[in-house]
Every structure is written in C-alpha cells, then in structure tokens.
Design a protein around this ligand. Structure first.
Ligand SMILES: [Ca+2]
Ligand SMILES: [Ca+2]
Ligand SMILES: [Ca+2]
Ligand SMILES: [Ca+2]
Length: 374
C-alpha cells in the first residue's frame, strides 16, 4: 500500500480527469452588475491580476458526445444549413445543485472509477478512499475502496492508465509512481510503474498524449516537458516531447479533438498550443491572440461536449468559456450569466452528469455543489 505523508503545498493536488484549483471561497451569487455590462468581450483577456496558483488537468474528452440526432424530418425544406440537425451541445452552466453533504478530510477528487461514463466523487479521508459513484444527479452513497488510509508523498491522481475505461488510483511517491488499478469496486494491488523515483520540477500530470486510451505520465521540467508513456502495466522511459516551458502555467488537454492530449503553455503573450503528434508536442501557435488571465482559475475541459477541450476562465463576474474550434479559442461567453461561482475548498471540472460536457464542481465547507454544463 502506498503510505507516506502528503505534501500538497499551497496548490491543490492536480489530478487527471479533473481539475483542481485551490484558493477561493464560497459559492454564491454576485448581486453586482447586470449581465449587460458583464458581457464586454475583453473580460477574460484583461491583464488583471494573474491567477497563477492553479494546477490543472481536466477530464479527457474521450467522452464524445453521443446525443441522439433529432432529425425531425422537415419536409421539402430547401437544403440549407439548418437541414443538418446539430448535436445538442452545452452552451451554459445551470443552477448550482448540491450533490453531496460530504466533505473530504484530506482531499476531494472527481474521476470515473466505475467506468460508466460519469465522473464519481472520491473522498480521501483518514480511513481511506471513499468512493461516491455519480447517479447522474447526485453522489448519494459511499463505499470505502481501500479499507485503510492512503496518502501520497507528492500527489495523488486518478486517471485511467490501464486503458479499461476505469480511472485508476495513482500515488506519486518518493520511490516511484505507484498504480492501484480500479476494479470497479476497489483499488489494487499497488505496483510501482516507474520502478524508480520520478521528479517533476514544475508539476506532473496524467493525460493520454499518445492517444491509445491509456493516460501517460507527464513531467514538466525546467528544460521542457517529458512523457513517460503508459504501456498499460508500466510507464516507459522518459521521452522529451518539448523544449517549451510555461511562463504562467502548463496544461494538457485535447484541444484539437483528435484524442491526443495537447500541451498548452499559458505564457505572458497568451495561450500557446503545441498539439500532440503522438510522439512530441508542436509546433506551437497562439490560440488566444493575446494575453489571458483568470481571476480565480484557468481550466481546460470540454465545456460544450464537442470533443475539443475549451478554455474556461473562472472570473469574479462568472465563468467564461472560450470554445475551441480546433485551431483557436473563440470569443469569451459568460456561461453563468454574470453569476459568480467560487469554491470554499476547491474547484474541479468533470462530467458528472454524463452528457459529454464537463460540469463545474465546487467543493465547499458544506458539501459538493455541481454547476451542470447544459
Ligand atoms: Ca483503469
Ligand atoms: Ca497513452
Ligand atoms: Ca489533440
Ligand atoms: Ca469543446
């Protein structure tokens, strides 16, 4: 078992399949301002204070939208664009819903450990990892999947590294990266997938950058980005995929929509994207057209459910979404209609409703709130 002391520092643990942002407080409604002045397009682009204390990762957008196409046969309509019925993509965040009264004694995570396509709630408590599967509308029941306390020397992650569709428990410890595969009802046994210590100067991530359905280990170092590809049973030797470093933060998410997580460098001149080729990142291009900042947190997740991860900026005036079109990010849209959404203990992104679009999740002092993408 993975035993050790956890050092989270000021940053919340970054995990794959979800995002964490630590810092802000309370979910609530901003009574200031009408939505009219809120939609000024320069929102997310304003170089106000640089919220840099975030570590991110987001749910892999393998949750491809599979909505039924409602082809209400419009008879004899002229063949226009409207003739092609669109997938029902999310375009806003709904009202915050309390999905659980639970709190986490050590840390909260959200990842699909049961393999049904809905991200589950994992509470790391003093008695172990308590899993609360998503029903699509709540996290009503918990089960202890480890039977004893687990901690991680560096960070804990949940990501599907074995490729069976169930997110596994990954403990980055001093002695290596330990994987405890999910069985759907439990975790284990633990195996050291690197066999040796692995360090990350600027943060580790677990994302599938090779596109084989298995999350790979990514180490952001001072001299670039290294990938340790998952074989399904181990992490291979480190390969340098980019010389790039990030001035404000490194992110990994599939913004191009080809199934391979891409490298996003949040730099002073904006969001520079280096698409994954399957064996390297690059070349880079600036997808934001200028500097971006987020009051509370920057995230990358598929907000609308089209298979491409989008840029999500949590600001005081609401949550702005800048949709990816596969080669750039579009104009900011306030998906909460000017309502402020903050989190006492942490913000996450994960598809807990199962519609293919990443929901916004707030861990508050009184439980877990879901702001559904719809
Ligand atoms: Ca798995
Ligand atoms: Ca992979
Ligand atoms: Ca990609
Ligand atoms: Ca998208």
């Amino acid at each position: 078992m993975v035993i050790g002391r956890m050092h989270r520092g000021i940053l919340a643990a970054a995990l794959i399949g979800t995002l964490i942002f630590s810092g802000c407080v309370t979910i609530g409604t901003s009574d200031k301002g009408n939505s009219g002045e809120m939609e000024s397009t320069q929102m997310a682009f304003e170089m106000t204070k640089m919220a840099f204390e975030m570590q991110v990762n987001e749910a892999t957008s393998e949750a491809q939208q599979a909505n039924a196409v409602n082809a209400t046969a419009v008879p004899a309509a002229p063949a226009k664009a409207e003739a092609a019925p669109a997938l029902s993509l999310a375009s806003s965040y709904g009202q915050a819903q309390k999905w659980s009264d639970g709190v986490c004694q050590i840390a909260c995570f959200f990842a699909d450990v049961t393999g049904d396509g809905l991200a589950d709630f994992i509470a790391q408590d003093n008695d172990g990892l308590n899993v609360l599967p998503s029903t699509g509308s709540g996290f009503p029941q918990y089960t202890n999947w480890t039977g004893q306390k687990v901690t991680c020397d560096n960070n804990c992650y949940f990501a599907d590294v074995t490729g069976d569709g169930l997110a596994d428990f990954i403990a980055h410890d001093v002695g290596g990266v330990f994987v405890l595969p999910s069985t759907g009802i439990g975790f284990g046994p633990a195996g050291n997938w690197t066999g040796a210590p692995v360090g990350c100067d600027n943060g580790c991530s677990l994302k599938d950058v090779t596109g084989d359905g298995k999350a790979d280990f990514i180490a952001s170092d001072d001299d670039g980005v290294y990938v340790l590809p998952s074989t399904g049973a181990a992490f291979g030797a480190a390969q340098k995929w980019s010389d790039g470093v990030c001035q404000q933060g490194c992110f990994y998410a599939d913004v191009t929509g080809d199934g391979l997580a891409d490298f996003i460098a949040h730099d002073n001149d904006g969001l520079n994207v280096l698409p994954s080729t399957g064996s390297s990142f690059g070349p880079y291009s600036n997808w934001s057209g200028g500097p971006v900042a987020c009051d509370e947190g920057c995230f990358f997740a598929d907000a609308d459910g089209d298979g491409k991860a989008d840029f999500i900026a949590q600001d005081m005036e609401g949550i702005y979404v800048l949709l990816s079109n596969g080669s750039s990010f579009g104009a900011p849209a306030n998906w909460t209609n000017g309502t402020t959404v903050l989190c006492d203990l942490g913000c996450f992104l994960g598809d807990v409703t199962g519609n293919g679009a990443a929901d916004f999740i707030a861990q508050d002092d009184d439980g877990i709130w879901v702001v559904p993408a719809q």
